[in-house]
Design a protein around this ligand. Sequence first.
Ligand SMILES: *Cc1c(COP(=O)(O)O)cnc(C)c1O
Length: 395
Amino acid sequence: MSRERLKIDTRLVQTERCSGDTHRAVCTPIYQTATFEQESALDFSAYDYSRSGNPTRTVLEQQLAELEHGTRAFAFASGLAAITAVTRLLEPGDEILAVDDVYGGTCRLFSRILSRSKISVRYVRGTSAEDFAPHLSSNTRLIHIETPTNPLLRVVDIAGLAKLAHDHGALLCVDNTMLSPYLQNPLDLGADIVVHSATKALCGHSDVIAGAVVVRNTELAEALYLIQNGEGAGLSPFDSYLLLRGIKTLGIRLDRQQENSAQIAAFLQGHPVVRKIYYPSLLDKRNFAIHLRQARGNGAVVSFETGSLEASRQLVESLKLFPITVSFGGLQSSVSLPGRMSHASVPDHVAAKRQLPVDLIRLSVGIEDADDLIADLEQALAAVETVTELRASAG
Ligand SMILES: *Cc1c(COP(=O)(O)O)cnc(C)c1O
């Protein structure tokens, strides 16, 4: 049976072996070596130097390419290194159009670092080709989106933006970190490039910082390989091994995380302390329909507002099973206040326009028992209610 015909849960586990491994190791060995001996002065083997290529990383890259339905993938030392590599395809004078609710670190890269190379960025508050079209210029080379966005979980129309980008000779890059290839495959919808912070769901165990770029087009692949090798931000053999190990359980982890996130969203929906919830299936009809066209699930993140920063701060500090951490997608639940944590890196002039609610709480839902998670949320919400009532009666 050819691998392409296997279903994703099988492919996740049945990773290709390292080519030429005489011992037929079931787990991918860690080739912890910087250099590889050449057969002779003029004969090169498949590998010579681990910055340029390493067998452990190759297995990972093949796995990532396959999962995203691409032809080639490149593993990087972080998600931001992967996104940086994509921006290296641009030249001075080029312009990036990005969805405004973009990851804070991406925003910092675009707005504070790329400007030094005379590459400019415009942020669009919108989710459709119609929203983006008026902001295109003859210099637009790249449209960069996430969907659902982080942390407001807005759904952006991948196919619509792919067509818009291509009509203008630009590339569409989709940051697929939020849903992972288990739930969404942007290349199938016309995107040219998929990037990941593999630190999140792909790894799933919060023990690796890693990133990936996946493409279908061979010219793009060659350009990206030149960048990966030439700049030297490729993923190390050991981290490649850890990521390969984490990816094997992506399917069962996300199935369970999604069951839990759905129960938590339903619980929060009726609670008096909760002002507003952000979760794909609770979107308005039109946006949820777009989500259903392009994705196969809600994912593991639920965001909500309480009405005040003080109430939100108290709530997250009252939780016992959700450590306050940046990041998301791991098998252990966690909580954050994105406006004060992961998105504090957004430069002020961009943040002012972005309208990220200060009281926004983002839950990353893990694989624990949903009853325990809900009981914990219940006690933390009750603590906030009590304080709010006391304040009201005192005032
Ligand atoms: C975390 C994150 C990144 C950055 O990835 P790192 O691995 O932390 O460098 C990029 N995009 C999204 C959507 C993220 O959540």
